[in-house]
Design a protein around this ligand. Structure first.
Ligand code: PLP
Length: 397
């Protein structure tokens, strides 16, 4: 074995894409209509990936020389301006904003963890979480700490406070990742009222907090959910907010690996430090982030007509997702489902998720087990498939 002593013992455990491949292989042998694939977090209709024509049409017009060239390590200015516009819309924070382009929100979270926590630190998130957080924190010798996400189907401020308080006894910086709105894998969106209470609590602490908002699905919640940024304006200087915002889901350009990280704080020196340390990590990993996604995003925001068409198409997708979630709620008892509000996923609560997934596979239904249950990617399922899958869940759970 040649890998270093830490890596030698690690297993590559990427269940989502692997289960998706299994489903595709099954569909190739049985016929697509016989297989239900609720594994992967990409929007599909009739088995085809959904993209936005208003965005796609801009690609052939991009300057080939520009999209082939390197961009600055921190990202191009027009791209970062465009990402600010798309992410915050009318709710631009009234504080200083640091900006760095990254190759996907995935690396944005990775870069944040490696710059703002120490080896051995605990990084907090909810007990339902996107499975990649685990390898991301482990890669740099950090650990994931979990607080209970829900109390009676609402955000459990109590558990959040308890976990933050206990981590505060152990380490200098307290890093917390909150994935909202449209949380993966539950579909929960933290409400404005809940944000108000989170902010009041964080302001009461005399500790440095790194509040990472993983906003990967923010554009699949109604625009008023962006009011959370106004609540965050009330945070005192002990908290640095870092927002991860990506074109993967927002523009349905998953493979272009393009995202931005925003740092929100009142002090310029904190913003300067953020841009400096994040640029170093870009330089030390992939160099500059991919060019194509940066030019495409800037072109979209510069084109008023295309932008309006995109917003209109996205409103229809939000409506479609709400309908799919409602169909699932018809088929599966309410108490078994996580409290869905928006986004691509809902989960079934069970402590025997792997067993349920196994039983469903025998009926050619492919889902992914997660901590706490089984994730259903409603983003990739049609009404009839959701009904069939719901009935199968009720039979096997
Ligand atoms: N955050 C969450 C919660 C996700 O579900 C995903 C992708 O599935 C990401 C971040 C990663 O997004 P990106 O494609 O921008 O790396």
């Amino acid at each position: 074995m040649f890998a270093n002593s830490f890596k030698r013992t690690q297993r590559f455990n990427e269940l989502i894409l692997k289960s998706h491949m299994d489903a595709q292989m099954r569909a190739a042998s049985l016929g697509r209509e016989k297989v239900i694939d609720g594994t992967v977090g990409s929007l599909t209709m009739g088995g085809e990936l959904v993209t936005f024509p208003s965005v796609d049409r801009l690609i052939p017009a991009l300057d080939v020389k520009k999209i082939s060239a390197y961009t600055p390590i921190q990202g191009s200015g027009p791209f970062l301006d465009a990402m600010e516009t798309l992410c915050f819309e009318t709710c631009k924070p009234s504080r200083k904003i640091g900006r760095v382009a990254v190759a996907g929100a995935n690396s944005g979270i990775h870069h944040t963890i490696c710059n703002y926590t120490e080896p051995g630190d605990i990084v907090l998130t909810s007990d339902w979480f996107w499975s990649s957080y685990e390898p991301i924190v482990r890669e740099h010798g950090r650990r994931l700490g979990l607080f209970t996400f829900f109390q009676e189907r609402r955000f459990s401020l109590e558990s959040f406070q308890e976990s933050v308080n206990s981590v505060a006894q152990l380490q200098e910086n307290i890093a917390v990742i909150l994935n909202t709105p449209g949380h993966n894998p539950t579909g929960y969106s933290i409400s404005e009222d809940e944000w108000g209470r989170i902010v009041r609590y964080l302001n009461s602490l005399k500790r440095r907090i790194i509040l990472v908002i993983d906003a990967a699905y923010i554009d699949y919640a109604p625009p008023e959910y962006k009011h959370m940024f106004s609540k965050l304006n009330r945070l005192n200087d002990n908290t640095l907010v870092i927002v991860a915002y990506s074109i993967s889901k927002s523009l349905a350009k998953y493979g272009l690996r393009t995202a931005a990280l925003f740092a929100l704080h009142r002090k310029q020196e904190i913003i300067d430090e953020f841009e400096r340390v994040l640029s170093i990590t870009n330089q030390a990993t992939y160099g500059c982030p991919p060019s194509l996604g940066q030019y495409l995003t800037a072109a979209l925001v510069a084109n008023g007509r295309a932008l309006a068409d995109y917003y209109q198409a996205k409103r229809a997708v939000i409506e479609m997702l709400a309908q799919r979630a409602a169909v699932l709620a018809e088929a599966v008892d309410d108490y078994l489902l996580t409290p869905y509000r928006h986004g691509f996923f809902v989960s079934v609560r069970t402590d025997r998720g792997e067993l349920l997934v196994e039983k469903l596979r025998r009926e050619d239904i492919f889902l992914v087990p997660v901590h706490g249950g089984v994730r259903i990617a409603i983003c990739s399922l049609e009404r009839e498939q959701i009904l069939k899958l719901g009935r199968a869940i009720m039979q096997h759970i």
